[in-house]
Design a protein. Structure first.
Length: 455
């Protein structure tokens, strides 16, 4: 079930989403990873106002998506952001399209990202907020990421029944709030922040709730694609027009005492497939996901959230189908590999260079060194006397006298030479002779002795 594909599965997008992404990539030159993240972010920002989903346990959750997009500067991430978050009233195709909604995309973005502004936006019943930053690095050291407030961000993503804010100017309660965050950051800046932060923000549960998109060409594989010269906006407008139709006609939630979100429900096959995914992920916590258990624990929930967004934009009515669950799981599954790249591999220290040490020959034991030396000396003594005996047969007594060895030492050395096939002894008594066979020995006699004879 877990394919560990290094490439963004853009082919799994529903047609409406796919056409819009390819158009943006052609127009801006942005990587697929960046454009897909922006598309998910703008979709969730709109749908979270009006919809929520029922999970496999029967509990209801927001369909909010958090996205973390890492890409170097000058790769088109700014242009992609502006295209997806552009006011629909400014888009043209033949003639000016007039917005029919009283609420625009700009109205849904939280322009001030201070804690007080966020509290004011979420306070009440069923309020929503979206933080979408073209350059999200300032967010990392901003007030929302301080120790006293950062725990509120995961809570708001999860859609608690009540979220309480205690500040010096008074207490505020948010009932069933939704908060979506979309950040676009350069990889090196984000890695540096996480190292300084010692991954504290990850341990607090913030980043495991994000869908991660990493376009880091120096470290990890990227998704190859080929841009054509087509520049028509026909494939882009249907997606944006559908989002425009989903915009609330008035800011009803600002004055309503009851949340107006519709609950989305999966059909039988979708529910069974999501259960299968959740069961499999749980079984792999100490296997495939041993180093990213925190992100894997959110995989099934993120799958339902993304599938819900696909369903709302592409279908709008009825039950969420298994097809949408399968399409969403392909992206969540891939996002887990991206999460590991960013939060595990990229933060590891670089490997130390391997130092090659010269191979030294093992030193022989002292007794073997002495034996080899004695055998070598006997062979040299035979060679010294060989000049006087053309037939190569040297009297053994002459060799013994020349070596000066004690009888036991000479006999022992002679025995090892004979057993090694280096010498041959012939005759008996005073006529006993010795002949050097080392010249015919396959290991070459003198070299054989120097390279440590074994016994």
């Amino acid at each position: 079930m877990y394919s560990q594909t290094p490439h963004c599965p853009v082919e799994k997008l529903p047609d409406l989403f796919y056409n819009a992404v390819i158009h943006v990539c052609r127009q801006t030159g942005a990587p697929l990873e960046v454009a897909v993240a922006d598309e998910f972010a703008v979709t969730s920002m709109i749908t979270q106002h009006s919809y929520k989903a029922m999970g496999i346990s029967g509990s209801v959750m927001p369909i909010t998506l958090n996205t973390l997009s890492l890409a170097p500067t000058a790769t088109g991430k700014g242009e992609s952001y502006r295209m997806f978050f552009h006011a629909l009233g400014d888009l043209e195709i033949g003639e000016q399209i007039q917005p029919v909604s009283a609420v625009t995309i700009d109205d849904l973005l939280l322009q001030d990202i201070s804690p007080s502004a966020l509290m004011s936006c979420l306070a009440g019943h069923g309020k929503s907020a979206s933080i979408q930053l073209e350059d999200g690095y300032s967010f990392l050291d901003g007030p929302l990421m301080k120790r006293g407030f950062i725990s509120k961000l995961p809570e708001a993503w999860s859609g608690p029944t009540i979220l309480k804010f205690s500040r010096h100017h008074g207490n505020k309660d948010a009932l069933e709030p939704c908060l979506g965050i979309g950040l676009r950051i350069q990889p090196e800046l984000f890695y540096g922040y996480m190292k300084r932060n010692k991954c504290e923000s990850r341990h607090l549960g913030l980043w495991p709730r994000f869908l991660t998109f990493c376009y880091d060409t120096t470290r990890f594989p990227i998704t190859p694609w080929y841009a054509s010269s087509a520049t028509s906006m026909l494939s882009f407008l249907p997606f944006m027009e559908r989002l425009q139709a989903l915009l609330p006609t008035t800011d009803a939630q600002a004055s309503s005492d009851q949340p107006a979100r519709k609950v989305l429900v999966m059909d039988t096959y979708a529910n069974a497939h999501l259960r299968e995914i959740a069961y499999w992920v749980k079984g792999q916590m100490n296997g495939e996901f041993h180093d990213i258990q925190d992100a894997a624990g959110r995989a099934a929930e993120n799958t339902l959230r993304l599938a819900s967004n696909f369903h709302v934009v592409c279908q709008g009515e009825g039950l969420i189908t298994r097809e949408m669950i399968e399409r969403a799981w392909a992206f969540v599954e891939w996002s887990l590999t991206q999460f590991r790249n960013v939060f595990v591999y990229a933060l590891q220290p670089p490997p130390k260079p391997i130092k090659l040490k010269p191979i030294t020959q093992a030193k022989l034991p002292p007794h073997q060194q002495r034996l080899n030396s004695d055998m070598q000396f006997v062979l040299e003594s035979i060679a010294a006397r060989g000049a006087y005996f053309p037939d190569g047969k040297i009297p053994l007594a002459d060799v013994a006298l020349l070596t000066g060895f004690a009888r036991n030492r000479f006999v022992k050395t002679l025995g090892w030479l004979v057993s090694s096939g280096l010498v041959e002894i012939d005759g008996e008594g005073d006529s006993e002779t010795i002949r050097d066979l080392s010249l015919q020995h396959p290991n070459s006699p003198r070299r054989y002795m120097r390279s440590a004879l074994t016994y």
